[in-house]
Design a protein around this ligand. Structure first.
Ligand SMILES: NC(=O)c1ccc[n+]([C@@H]2O[C@H](COP(=O)([O-])OP(=O)(O)OC[C@H]3O[C@@H](n4cnc5c(N)ncnc54)[C@H](OP(=O)(O)O)[C@@H]3O)[C@@H](O)[C@H]2O)c1
Length: 292
């Protein structure tokens, strides 16, 4: 079944490459701008139109709308009237239900929402990371089966997701991915407050964060957790909450919010005595009441 990629951006270009390397048929692609359309043709060797509403070749049976979320409705309205009656419209948004496509394209064959749980920045790493990526899908039954089978042929892991659970699902994805930036920013500011040069602070924290994620990948939670909560160091945690309350109140809130999930992991790990973890939980709750 021939795929057309409407929006050859970060996700669209990665999808084109993966489809090409698996020998899956492609009928074309589009960018909004001339410059990016030329780049897609030159780099990926696929005929690429420069238009927000490209002409979709008649052999197309899957139209991937890999445009920003706010443009998906317009892209569906553009593509649907041009498509074969059996064609499938797919978007790759994390949070929008596939039914939103049906509301913009009532006559289209069928609709699916298929979200890759991965971060794509447009760098060459994207292609490596998309291999074996976990996709979460929902949509109309037959089309869902077709897209699931296609993704599996491409070597992806596929999982069903309930349409009504998409916002919760996407909140989890954002927490897992973007939270690292929030934590890096907060920790950098604390190091700067402690007298470290800004650039040194930002750079020094990355190997620590990378090692933590690598441990999580290799050993999993709870085994890989280290630090004062895992060791049941009540006084250390108390001193952190105390200094943060005085010198960086916005980070105290963040630190305290993380204690709840960290205590859950530490309890599962079982290295620290339960009464020490109870004591940390008590100071967490007391400091929360104090800060109100
Ligand atoms: N990036 C990620 O990490 C990631 C991960 C999972 C899912 N997603 C989802 O995948 C979808 C695409 O995201 P992305 O990050 O790949 O976006 P992106 O890099 O910004 O690419 C969007 C593409 O759509 C084109 N476009 C923009 N406005 C358009 C319009 N009005 N009409 C037609 N085409 C238009 C752009 O053309 P130009 O190139 O000419 O600007 C570009 O090719 C979104 O639904 C997003 O939520 C993204």
């Amino acid at each position: 079944m021939s795929s057309f990629i409407l929006g050859a951006g970060r996700v669209g270009r990665t999808l084109i490459s993966v489809l090409q390397s698996a020998g899956e048929p492609l009928s074309g692609a589009s960018n909004r701008s001339e410059k990016n359309a030329h780049r897609t043709t030159a780099e990926l060797g696929i005929p690429t139109q420069a238009s927000p509403c490209p002409v979709i070749p008649p052999e197309t049976r899957i139209a991937w709308l890999t445009v920003p979320d706010r443009e998906i409705g317009a892209a569906a309205r553009c593509a649907a009237p041009q498509l074969h009656p059996d064609a499938i419209l797919v978007h790759t948004s994390g949070t929008l239900p596939s039914a939103m496509l049906r509301s913009h394209a009532p006559t289209v064959g069928s609709v699916v929402g298929a979200h890759p749980l991965q971060t794509m920045t447009g760098a060459p790493d994207d292609l490596e990371r998309i291999h074996g990526c976990h996709w979460f899908l929902e949509g109309e039954p037959e089309a869902l089966q077709t897209i699931t089978a296609l993704l599996q042929r491409l070597g992806m892991h596929t999982h069903p997701i309930r349409p009504e659970s998409r916002p919760l699902y996407h909140a989890a994805a954002v927490l897992a991915s973007n939270a690292a930036f929030g934590l890096h920013n907060a920790a950098t500011r604390l190091l700067v407050q402690a007298g470290v040069d800004t650039e040194d602070a930002a750079a020094a924290l990355v190997p620590l964060m990378t090692a933590t994620l690598s441990n999580l990948q290799k050993m999993g939670a709870p085994k890989a957790l280290t630090g004062p909560v895992a060791r049941g160091e009540v006084d250390v945690v108390a001193s952190h909450l105390d200094v943060l309350a005085r010198e960086a109140p916005e980070c105290e809130e963040l630190y305290r919010a993380l204690l709840d999930p960290l205590l859950r992991v530490a309890r599962e790990q079982g290295n620290a005595a339960p009464d020490l973890l109870d004591a940390i939980d008590r100071i967490r709750r007391e400091s929360s009441t104090k800060s109100r």
